[in-house]
Write a protein that binds this ligand. Structure first.
Ligand code: ZN
Length: 302
């Protein structure tokens, strides 16, 4: 193993016993066990330290999106275990409390009227019809999400509003999937254990979007978060974060917005030679202690 390796972990939510169609939740008990495992065998670090020398392999714990449970559940555990966390916040959630669109979609599909076998999604002046209800909710979520992903977020929201109206059902995300309000964000930022990072204004899939739109949502989130917490925001994470989710224009926009680092969800381990604007991360699932320990072992080889 190379000594300069840094493993960057990607979490979304710390919660249990809730609807979790996208596998975003890790239970509080499992999260506490993960942090104990990290402290036992690794050096808990932040993105600011990754180029500094370390005697042990480093691990950075990050959260994407800006769910409220990052403050209420993740932070107390991270503080008690002494492991720093970085929370990448979609800054638009501070103004718009409708919740994140995939959670709205989950609510809609769960409340689909039984006679409905198709979802009609207005998009770009036409209507796309996708079958729903025959292969289970996860399959429906996957197919609808795949269709919505390339659209502008305002278009996605409009499509969900239209379905909600047509089916006569609400689309509010479950209360447990709430996002950070301004006061929550400030409370999170006030902890020495937490660093706030940016994750665009609207969580759009950046790839192939016009360069100016990308610059707006990337630098806009930095400005909005900095104004909200009164300090510099130096780290960024690309929404969705896979190879197909951002492009060279996104990287350039992050660099010119003067972020220090940007995280992807491309699997791997960061080294001193890794491009700081394309840092790899490992997605963490709701694994128990032993499974997580085995994953740490496996990842250090990657
Ligand atoms: Zn995200």
């Amino acid at each position: 193993m190379r000594r300069d390796g840094t493993l960057i972990l990607c979490y979304h939510r710390i919660a249990e016993g809730v609807e979790d169609p996208f596998y975003l939740c890790v239970s509080p008990g499992n999260f506490a066990a993960h942090l104990e495992e990290i402290s036992r065998a690794r050096e808990p670090s932040t993105l600011a330290d990754i180029s500094a020398p370390s005697r042990r392999p480093r691990v950075v714990v990050t959260f994407d999106d800006g769910y409220r449970d990052n403050l209420t559940s993740a932070l107390p555990i991270a503080e008690s275990k002494g492991v720093p966390i970085t929370v990448f916040v979609t800054s638009g959630i501070l103004r718009d409390h409708n919740g994140l669109w995939w959670d709205r979609l989950g609510t809609l599909l769960r409340s689909r009227p039984p006679h409905v076998t198709e979802i009609e999604l207005p998009a770009g002046g036409r209507t796309v019809r996708l079958p729903v209800g025959s292969s289970g909710i996860r399959a429906d979520l996957d197919s609808v999400r795949r269709h919505l992903l390339p659209l502008r977020v305002t278009e996605i929201e409009r499509a969900l509003d239209a379905v909600s109206e047509q089916w006569q059902v609400g689309s509010a995300p479950p209360p447990d999937a709430g996002t950070l309000a301004l006061e929550d964000l400030r409370n999170l930022a006030a902890s020495d254990t937490a660093t706030i990072g940016a994750h665009t204004v609207d969580h759009v899939r950046l790839r192939d979007r016009p360069v100016l739109d990308q610059q707006d949502t990337i630098s806009g989130s930095k400005a909005e978060l900095e104004q909200s917490i009164g300090r510099a925001v130096s780290h960024f994470a690309y929404p969705f974060g896979g190879r197909d989710d951002f492009d060279g224009g996104s990287v350039e926009a992050v660099r010119s917005a003067t972020f220090d680092t940007a995280c992807t969800t491309i699997p791997g381990t960061a080294h001193s030679s890794t491009d700081p604007y394309r840092l790899p991360r490992r997605l963490v699932m709701d694994w128990g202690r032993l499974r997580f320990r085995a994953q740490l072992q496996r990842w250090k080889l990657g």
